[in-house]
Design a binder for this molecule. Structure first.
Ligand code: OAD
Length: 237
């Protein structure tokens, strides 16, 4: 149980594990996305340059899958927490699906981008909503400027989104909770240590296995997030 006082500010970081019970695969576990394919062949600027069609086929497959799934009780519990404490919750996800939003979360900061958005690879046109999928023979999408349209995803070697806001929130939080993330991908893997050293936040982990950054947490709840999150927070007014 995590007690939330009226003065607490809560930072929640979610990873692929929070969407696992909805039917989306994680990256590194059994049946994980990077167990079946090499990330360097798909999720890097180099892969895009070499073979944009192959990259679009991969993200088209993930878009199709993401459009089929529904939020689970873990997502719902985080939306309910926002309902209770409002902007004292900062919800940051490494996930590119929109299951937090589908569950009713209004403010979700997507560190690694969004699967259902695209952007121009070249010009300043802002990212836009896009659920289009591409069959192997379909022409690839192009911007009015002539350059290719790419998925709005942070690939390995690129700078994650919203880092200024995220580090401000980490500096201000008094409670930090990581959910369903293996703790190996930076910078997210260091967020718990940052919250603990700077803001002296209490730090918690939720997920069935110990994460690689286990030493950054004061307490671990080693169960599925759909089982733990619905009863985890007690909000005091
Ligand atoms: P990982 O696949 O590395 O880790 C998923 C974690 O979820 C593991 O620690 C599992 O134990 C845990 N898990 C599995 N089922 C769960 C459940 N029902 N409830 C709670 N936890 C569960 O995924 P991430 O840590 O999210 O980046 O991966 C981080 C980043 O690496 C991703 O955002 C992605 C990937 O490459 C990019 O694509 C840029």
């Amino acid at each position: 149980m995590i007690d939330i006082a009226s003065t607490d500010r809560v930072f929640v970081l979610t990873g692929a594990g929070v969407s696992a019970e909805s039917g989306l695969p994680t990256f590194r576990g059994e049946g994980g996305i990077w167990r079946e394919r090499r990330a360097e062949e798909i999720a890097t600027p180099g892969a895009w340059k070499r073979d944009p069609r192959f990259v679009w086929e991969f993200y088209s497959m993930r878009r199709r899958k993401a459009l089929e799934v529904k939020p689970n009780p873990g997502h719902a519990a985080l939306a309910a927490l926002e309902g209770e404490i409002g902007d004292r919750l900062f919800l940051c996800t490494q996930n590119v699906d929109n299951l937090h939003e589908q569950a009713g979360s209004r403010e979700v900061v997507h560190l690694h981008g969004e699967l259902l958005k695209s952007r121009c690879e070249s010009c300043e046109r802002p990212p836009f909503s896009d659920a289009q999928t591409y069959e192997p023979s379909a022409p690839l999408p192009r911007c009015d400027c002539g350059a290719l349209i790419r998925p709005h995803i942070c690939w390995f070697g690129e700078v994650p989104f919203h880092l200024d806001r995220i580090f401000r929130a980490l500096g201000a939080c008094t409670v930090f909770v990581a959910v369903g993330t293996s703790g190996v991908v930076e910078p997210a893997a260091s967020f718990a240590a940052h919250a603990r050293s700077g803001a002296r936040a209490r730090t918690y982990y939720v997920g069935p296995e110990e994460p690689a950054n286990r030493s950054s947490f004061d307490e671990l709840f080693l169960k599925k997030s759909g089982d733990v999150l619905p009863g985890l927070f007690t909000v005091h007014s």
